[in-house]
Design a protein around this ligand. Structure first.
Ligand SMILES: *Cc1c(COP(=O)(O)O)cnc(C)c1O
Length: 694
């Protein structure tokens, strides 16, 4: 075959992000140039554009490569035309459902870093799962020129934030040819509409970085969660008002609007401007709130919001007073001097379907927003919950997927909410499970050594430091991971509260234990950055050196490596601040065990045998007391249960007690905390009722 033709065929595969959850497709690009594949953070377009012509020439006559390529093409074709779970289980009327899913961030793949953390990961998993199940859904978001930021640590552990400028032509973006004119204050902001194809689901992204915009308007899509509150406000107008205009321009007519977090609540004002009545707007809106942390909810002075929303408000016949009422957190209190618009409250007041993201978060949200509903008791607040889940094939490592395929003939592409392929794992022997664990841990150790050495080189370390950085960790030590945004409520440094005790615990040469950390704090969050710096300093302590590692620039790839390779996943949020958390669901696909505070999703999953609970769910008033109590519980568990159980091996070298827990975790967690269960809940509890109730 002609090498150009080969390139075309490979290109048409990666135009659809289906490849991001299909290892066999990824393997093709990796095979073209393994070094470039890794260096580009798994970007197929870069491999194709930059890879050597001689290599393409060679592959164009490589029978085995071409046959695997044909196979991938066949799978993609079949995926596109298969009769889906939704189409098989719905009525004609239900099939007219069309959900527009608005979110400020989407994490689809490490090569397209348009996310800050869990919210984006959840949104990305939501789109992929809707595609798998055939639920008619489209995504709406913004396309950020610099993404979030790239994190590096200086030699003292201080964070350095870098803002790479992405070049769209090595991303699988399609130009829809549409442009919108979003009214903002006294002028117009133009935005181009791009499209990413996520399996069957389109994701539309607005880009304001156009010549004809003023510099300050072009900057609206420069970065995620950046700038002053006024910048954020304007960005959210673009997302909500502009997002809806984009759907018009594309001829999309959603029947249900899903606002994923309050950032997109201005959609509702734009709908009012179109003379939709409030009751109809409410009926067709699903709103998911994602955090009980008060600072996590955007608030703007009504005066400022009215200034930028003026044309929308005028069209909607809303005055500042009415806007203030829609976003008032405490409507029972007499009129305030400086009224504030809370985006979450605006969404609550304009949606009939509202949910939190775990059972506990549902309870907390009902208490938190009781005043908005003027309800006599929290139980009467109409907020439900849908517990989060993860998209299986995004988070399964290729090693694990291959393992299940070989041992159990499991084909995850055939999985559906009505079927539970995880049941088959009871056929695995202790030896099988332990082998998988050993392999995954060893893959992780090699990955961490490489990343750690690269980091040392970047920050200008000496040859001997680089050499040490390359030799961190052991392949058979109990490996405990902690990776998430370094928001302070997540308490990343809790493990180091009693450093002497930790060092004593880690000094037993017969029971080696090691820790890998990763995480980014918001570039303006000095406290979160101080947490990162504290952990950085721990990696340099004599007694911990080589056994506590901190990786830079936590992303989906590091997430996948850590959640698949670690034996234990540590989670220490300040209860009840973790709305759900999803990272702890990922290790359980790989036989990893959770060691977690009873917060977010964990109280729903923990059965005493599939992991460990830190503390007993008691909440102290004093933060200091809570930290002390939780740290004490963490140390006790590590000393008395986790470390001894891992190292208590039988004569065959297998720790059967540990494997029993792995088995219990694999059997009880993934089948519940998966994104197709989550989508099926959204569909039946919210999307279909909202769609049919017109
Ligand atoms: C899964 C994941 C998250 C979410 O982590 P939580 O522990 O739920 O906060 C955030 N970032 C990345 C890169 C992830 O893979």
């Amino acid at each position: 075959m002609n090498p150009e033709k080969l390139k075309e065929r490979l290109k048409s595969i990666h135009q659809n992000l289906w490849w991001t959850w299909n290892h066999s497709a990824q393997a093709l690009y990796a095979e073209i140039d393994p070094v470039l594949w890794e260096a580009s953070n798994h970007n197929p377009a870069i491999v194709l554009e930059v890879g050597s012509p001689a290599r393409m020439e060679a592959l164009s006559t490589d029978k085995s490569f071409l046959s695997r390529l044909s196979n991938v093409e066949k799978n993609l074709r079949e995926y596109a035309k298969a009769k889906t779970w939704f189409s098989k289980s719905s009525t004609a009327k239900e099939r007219r459902l069309r959900v527009a899913y608005f979110c400020s961030e989407f994490a689809l793949h490490e090569s397209m870093p348009q996310y800050a953390g869990g919210l984006g990961v959840l949104a990305g998993d939501h789109l992929k799962t809707a595609s798998d199940l055939g639920i008619p859904l489209l995504g709406v978001g913004l396309l950020y020129r610099h993404g979030y930021y790239r994190q590096e640590f200086q030699s003292d552990g201080a964070t350095r934030a870098l803002y790479p400028e992405f070049c769209w032509n090595v991303w699988p973006l399609q130009d829809t040819g549409k442009e919108i004119a979003c009214p903002m204050g006294t002028r117009t902001v133009w935005a181009k509409v791009w499209q990413l194809q996520v399996g069957r689901v389109p994701l539309y992204l607005l880009d304001a970085d156009l010549e004809k915009n003023r510099p300050e308007d072009r900057a609206l899509t420069a970065g995620l969660y950046r700038g002053s509150p006024e910048d954020r406000l304007r960005q959210q107008i673009l997302l909500g008002v502009g997002g809806l205009m984009a759907l018009d321009a594309l001829g999309e007519k959603p029947t249900v609007f899903h606002l994923n977090e309050g950032h997109a609540a201005f959609v509702q004002l734009e709908r009012m401007r179109r003379n939709e009545c409030l009751s109809k707007i409410k009926k067709s809106t699903v709103f998911t709130t994602h955090t009980p942390v008060p600072a996590g909810h955007d608030r703007y002075p009504v005066k400022l919001a009215s200034k930028w929303l003026r044309p929308v408000l005028r069209g909607a016949e809303l005055n500042a007073k009415r806007l203030a009422a829609l976003g008032d957190e405490n409507p029972q209190e007499p009129t305030k001097k400086e009224p504030v618009l809370c985006m979450t409250v605006l969404a609550l007041n304009t949606a009939n379907q509202v949910n939190g993201v775990s059972a506990l978060h549902g309870v907390v949200s009902r208490e938190m927003w009781q005043k908005v509903y003027d309800a006599p008791s929290p139980e009467e607040v109409p907020i439900g919950h849908v517990t989060n889940g993860v998209h299986m094939r995004t988070w399964l490592s290729s090693t694990t997927e291959e393992f299940y395929r070989k041992k159990l003939r499991v084909d995850w592409s055939k999985d559906s909410p009505d079927e539970n392929l995880w049941k088959r794992t009871d056929k695995l022997s202790d030896g099988d499970l332990w082998d998988l664990r050993t392999t995954l841990r060893s893959e992780l150790v090699h990955f961490v050594r490489k990343m750690n050495a690269d980091q040392a080189i970047r920050r200008g370390a000496t040859a001997s430091e680089i050499s040490k950085a390359q030799q961190v960790l052991e392949e058979d030590a109990l490996t405990i991971g902690f990776a998430r945004r370094f928001a302070t409520y997540k308490r990343a440094p809790l493990l180091f509260k009693d450093i002497k005790r930790l060092e004593r615990m880690m000094s037993d040469v017969n029971c080696p234990v090691q820790f890998v950390f990763a995480g980014k704090a918001h570039p303006d969050d000095k406290d979160g950055q101080a947490y990162a710096q504290k952990i950085f300093k721990m990696t340099q302590r004599m007694a911990l050196r080589g056994r506590v590692v901190l990786l830079e620039d936590y992303d989906m790839r590091i997430g996948r490596m850590l959640t698949s390779g670690c034996d234990v996943w540590l989670n220490t949020p300040l209860r009840p601040h973790e709305a759900s958390g999803t990272s702890g669901m990922k290790p359980t696909l790989h036989g990893g065990l959770n060691l977690s505070i009873l917060d977010g999703w964990w109280p729903e999953a923990w059965n005493k045998k599939n992991g460990w609970a830190i503390g007993n769910g008691i909440e102290f008033k004093s933060r200091a007391r809570q930290d002390t109590s939780d740290a004490e519980s963490l140390y006790e568990l590590l000393e008395n249960e986790v470390i001894p159980l891992f190292h208590k091996t039988g004569r065959d070298g297998i720790p059967h007690g540990w494997v029993r827990r792995m088995r219990n975790s694999i059997q009880t967690v993934p089948s519940q905390f998966r994104a197709d269960r989550m989508l099926s809940d959204y569909l039946h509890r919210y999307y279909l009722p909202a769609h049919l109730n017109k």
